[in-house]
Design a protein around this ligand. Structure first.
Ligand code: GDP
Ligand code: MG
Length: 299
């Protein structure tokens, strides 16, 4: 691995519930990311954690556990998850060393079919099993699919997680710093709120505003009665895009705001008053300084 280049990329962590994805993420990023609570509503969302190192920047995505959808929303979330898997640079598929191979794993493996992104099989919780039990687990998975790497770890006590991380870096190539250093440690929650709003706006407008929008959360303030005031701006590139986002009589913006507010409420665990604005900022995607201002590049 050459040291000189700045490596970066997106790494998706997938796996069934309770296999230890959040624990692993916290271990890797090295500080408790504020949103890593175990409320089911929060893990339902796509969550970013950013690891900065002299080697570069790895952006971890806590992709919602891929599971058989039970309802429409579940189907939508699964589609989002699958789409994101094709777009990331690396997938960490986390499994529980002590758990029986079941329908859930079968389903995830089926979901991974046809996805070209390299996949690491991360066999977690090896502290729970006897060394002899590991080989059958490895064979069980590798007989079903080829993996770029197979790494037994314990996210809880850190066994082999360092080794895993150095392999992650090997799979990331030269790339930009997506998140400014200060933003990462300062306000992870703001980034996530912005991402939630952005996701809603994109989902509602689809092809009409193709990725030409960025979201900045400008203000977060605790108000009485466990209410949090959040002020955010959706930036678009053209007036025509602004018209689409705002919608007839502001209806589109209201819908986006209401959907995003529900997710932010789940994220923060409190009532949220979301003040949402739309502003035109011409060609922001072409402008380096603007990209830094927005905190990330997102195409
Ligand atoms: P997630 O649902 O995949 O995000 O799983 P969590 O990270 O929330 O972990 C689920 C449970 O497994 C928690 O009680 C963790 O403490 C536990 N856990 C996670 N990693 C390990 C591990 O390496 N060994 C053991 N023994 N327990 C673990
Ligand atoms: Mg979790």
């Amino acid at each position: 691995m050459t040291k000189e280049v700045f490596r970066s990329g997106f790494v998706s962590i997938i796996g069934r519930p309770n296999v230890g994805k959040s624990t692993l993420l916290n271990k890797l990023v090295g500080h408790k990311v504020a949103i890593m609570s175990d409320k089911p509503q929060t893990t339902r969302n796509k969550i970013l954690a950013v690891l900065n190192s002299p080697l570069g920047q790895a952006v971890f995505i806590d992709t919602p556990g891929i599971h058989k959808p039970k309802h429409k929303l579940g189907q939508y979330m699964r589609d989002v998850a699958l789409r994101s898997l094709a777009e990331v640079d690396l997938i960490l598929y986390v499994v529980d060393a002590g758990a029986e191979f079941g329908a859930g794993e079968e389903y995830i493996l089926a979901s991974l079919e046809g996805i070209d992104t390299p996949v690491f099989l991360v066999i977690n919780k090896i502290d729970k099993i006897h060394k002899d039990q590991l080989i059958p687990v490895i064979i069980g998975y590798t007989s079903r699919r080829e993996f770029a790497q197979v790494i037994p770890i314990s996210a809880l006590n850190g066994e082999n997680t360092g080794k895993m991380l150095s392999l992650v870096w090997e799979y990331l190539t030269e790339g930009p710093m997506y998140f400014p250093l200060d933003m990462v440690t300062d306000q992870p929650e703001r980034l996530i709120m912005a991402e939630l709003i952005r996701e809603k706006a994109l989902a509602r407008t689809k092809e009409e505003v193709p990725h030409a929008l960025a979201v900045v959360v400008e203000e977060v303030e605790q108000r009485p009665q466990n209410t949090v005031y959040v002020s955010a701006v959706i930036y678009v590139e053209r007036d025509s895009q602004k018209a689409i986002i705002v919608g007839k009589e502001g209806n589109m913006l209201k819908t986006i705001g209401s959907l995003a507010r529900q997710d932010i409420e789940a994220l923060l665990g409190s009532k949220v008053y979301l003040d949402l604005w739309v502003r035109v900022k011409k060609d922001w995607r072409k402008n380096d300084r603007d990209l830094r201002f927005f905190g990330y590049v997102h195409e």
